[in-house]
Ligand binder design. Structure first.
Ligand code: G
Ligand code: G
Ligand code: MN
Ligand code: NA
Length: 253
């Protein structure tokens, strides 16, 4: 339970840091985006992964400050990369609580302005379960963000229970296929069926498709043959600190 007070202090004490995982175009490997992933360097516990503290932060309301911290730091980082000539955009994960907050679009707008970053350089990832927690509120929130020009992505697609009726109404541009369907693509025919139908569904709805959790060349090749647009995974790169991400980009291009 001390984790809660620790969590409240973490942002002030500079215990959070961000990693960036490259997101590539599958057809030619071009990379112009990354997903931002938070880590917590706890003075006693060591590196605490987000699975361990994000759900907890959601329950206690600490998530609000964390999301704000992530937005500010990631967008400042993006602004300096763009000033150096890197044409990049970032994907940032938002939580259920964030979507339920009526002033969330205004917070995002404020963070973009303060950093001097165009809304189109930001893509927010929202899970299906966050949307289904309060679909009407999520829709209002996503509509406001969409009107600002922020791009929107459905994360962990296939693991929640969002109905296609909702998906149809949402102003999203991207769908991320959960890695639980991706990892077995080279051997599991059920996964093949699910992934191919998801790609077809997304394309028919005008959405770009990202596959996450790609660890082997065989999986990458299958996804390319299915027409998947973008890819993330350890095959290309693990999530990296900012400096290493830029070093990776230089090597990669
Ligand atoms: O990077 P990793 O696999 O440890 O991430 C685990 C989970 O934590 C993922 O579901 C990811 O979406 C979530 N996550 C990572 N960074 C953030 C963040 O900055 N904010 C929120 N809300 N979730 C995050
Ligand atoms: O839920 P979300 O998609 O935001 O979670 C992304 C998480 O997946 C991050 O914690 C990241 O560290 C992890 N991840 C990224 N690439 C791979 C991969 O190739 N394999 C596995 N097992 N995890 C990955
Ligand atoms: Mn994500
Ligand atoms: Na995911």
């Amino acid at each position: 339970l001390t984790l809660l007070s620790d969590l409240r202090r973490a942002a002030d004490q500079h215990e959070f840091f961000l990693l960036y995982q490259p997101k590539l175009r599958l057809s030619d490997g071009h990379c112009d985006a990354a997903e931002v992933l938070i880590r917590w360097r706890h003075p006693q516990r060591g590196i605490v992964p987000p699975d361990r503290f994000i759900p907890f932060a959601e329950q206690t309301g600490a998530i609000k400050a964390i999301t704000l911290w992530v937005l500010q730091h990631a967008l400042n980082q993006l602004a300096s990369w763009q000033q150096l000539g890197w044409q990049l955009s970032l994907n940032i994960n938002v939580s259920t609580r964030d979507l339920g907050q009526p002033d969330f679009p205004a917070l995002v707008d404020n963070a973009l302005r303060r950093a001097g970053v165009a809304a189109a350089s930001l893509c927010l990832e929202v899970t299906e379960s966050a949307i289904m927690d309060d679909p009407a509120q999520a829709l209002r929130c996503l509509q406001a963000l969409n009107e600002m020009g922020v791009r929107l992505s459905i994360d962990d697609f296939g693991t929640g229970y969002s109905s296609l009726a909702y998906l149809k109404k949402l102003p999203v541009q991207e769908l991320k296929i959960d890695r639980s369907f991706v990892s077995g693509l080279d051997r599991d025919e059920a996964d093949v069926t699910i992934v191919r139908s998801t790609i077809d569904l997304a394309h028919h709805m005008g959405l770009a498709v990202v596959a996450e959790g790609i660890e082997t060349e065989a999986v990458s090749q299958r996804l390319r043959s299915f027409g998947c647009d973008q890819a993330q995974g350890y095959l290309y790169s693990r999530p990296l600190p900012a400096m290493e991400f830029i070093a990776w980009l230089k090597q990669h291009r």
